[in-house]
Design a protein around this ligand. Structure first.
Ligand SMILES: NC(=O)C1=CN([C@@H]2O[C@H](COP(=O)(O)OP(=O)(O)OC[C@H]3O[C@@H](n4cnc5c(N)ncnc54)[C@H](OP(=O)(O)O)[C@@H]3O)[C@@H](O)[C@H]2O)C=CC1
Ligand SMILES: O=C(CO)COP(=O)(O)O
Length: 308
């Protein structure tokens, strides 16, 4: 493949890492953040792939800033944000697709703790799109001996897997912070996956996507690593800190905090049962203590294992 021109928007932990990955495979990369000198228009000019690694709170404003620019029809938009927009409950890919309806939109999600990827440790991810040719271009650009990229044709499933797992990662942090043991953690993560599947399928995703890298894979990574900011939020809540104290010192973005709120609103509207998310929500609102959240989960009505 000819070297591609890749514009990466967002120079945070993940944007910088993705920029390094594409540079390492021989592509020309321009990185943008609102603190750098280069303008957004200059950064994206002539780009073959525009990568968004902006945290959820900034996606809409960045989309609006570049919507007035013109791009070659084959320009690919790649979104790596894991979040949901509060007002609309849209996913980042849905926001990009609505703004650029004639361009291929590709989603990148997987078990990718940026610090490990930055260190050159091996990792795998998924790039998903309804335009499989575009997904294959992205796959080629980012694949290397240390970063294995799979394609997938279920972008909503891949995006929701990476997004909703952040809520379960908060719960997993609480579980470890309370020293509840390995059995409890296994139960939480497994029931968390059931909850992700229940929501994801209701929102149009394919069930099997959640057993892949962006569902189960990302759950395993973030529910077991202190490198995960979402896990850190839960862990520190269990130690008695307030959410405000935790966020003040947290390095980077914990998207699960906002995602929990959006999920609760939408799940209630659609009558989807989300017991773990409900307890995470009440904990984040400081309505209950971590121990009370645990009690609530353990004392729910008994039921069959599979009730998607
Ligand atoms: N870190 C990781 O391990 C991974 C993260 N992700 C996802 O990637 C996304 C970014 O995460 P991460 O890089 O870690 O987060 P960071 O907090 O490190 O970076 C966030 C980036 O978004 C930018 N941003 C936020 N608001 C705006 C705005 N209004 N306008 C322009 N830019 C804005 C920030 O710019 P500024 O610096 O100017 O504030 C920064 O570049 C999240 O959705 C996360 O879930 C996905 C996989 C792995
Ligand atoms: O999504 C991630 C790894 O795949 C990063 O997790 P955190 O946002 O919780 O740090």
């Amino acid at each position: 493949m000819q070297p591609k021109l890749v514009a990466v928007l967002g120079a945070g932990a993940w944007g910088s890492t993705l920029a390094n990955l594409a540079t390492a495979t021989g592509h020309t990369v321009s990185l943008w953040s609102r603190h750098l000198d280069r303008s957004l228009a200059e950064t994206v000019e002539g780009a073959d792939i525009i990568v968004s690694a902006i945290s959820m709170k900034g996606v809409r404003s960045v989309v609006e800033q570049i919507q007035s620019l013109s791009f070659a029809p084959e320009t690919i938009f790649l979104t790596a944000t894991k979040g949901l927009e509060p007002m609309t409950t849209l996913t980042p890919a849905q926001i990009w697709q609505a703004a650029f309806p004639h361009h291929p939109i590709v989603v990148l999600c997987g078990p990718n703790l940026s610090k490990e990827v930055q260190q050159g440790l091996p990792a795998a991810t998924v790039v998903a799109s309804t335009n499989i040719t575009a997904a294959e271009v992205v796959q080629t650009v980012f694949s290397s001996h240390r970063f294995r990229v799979y394609t997938n044709s279920d972008p909503i499933g891949v995006e929701l897997g990476g997004t909703i797992k952040n809520v379960i990662a908060i719960a997993a942090g609480v579980c470890d912070g309370l020293h509840l043991g390995t059995n409890a953690k296994a139960a939480l993560v497994t029931r968390g996956l059931t909850e992700i599947i229940r929501i994801g399928v209701a929102w149009g995703a394919k069930i099997e996507t959640f057993y892949g890298l962006s569902g189960l894979g990302d759950l395993l990574a973030t529910c077991n690593s202190p490198l995960s900011r979402n896990y850190q939020v839960g862990y520190q809540l269990a130690q008695g800190k307030t959410l405000a104290e935790i966020l003040e010192h947290l390095e980077g973005t914990a998207e699960g905090v906002n995602t929990t709120q959006v999920l609760i609103a939408k799940a209630h509207q659609q009558h989807i049962s989300v017991p773990i998310t409900t307890q995470v929500y009440r904990l984040l609102q400081a309505e209950i203590t971590p121990r009370q959240a645990l009690e609530e989960l353990m004392l729910r009505d008994i039921k069959p294992e599979y009730n998607f």
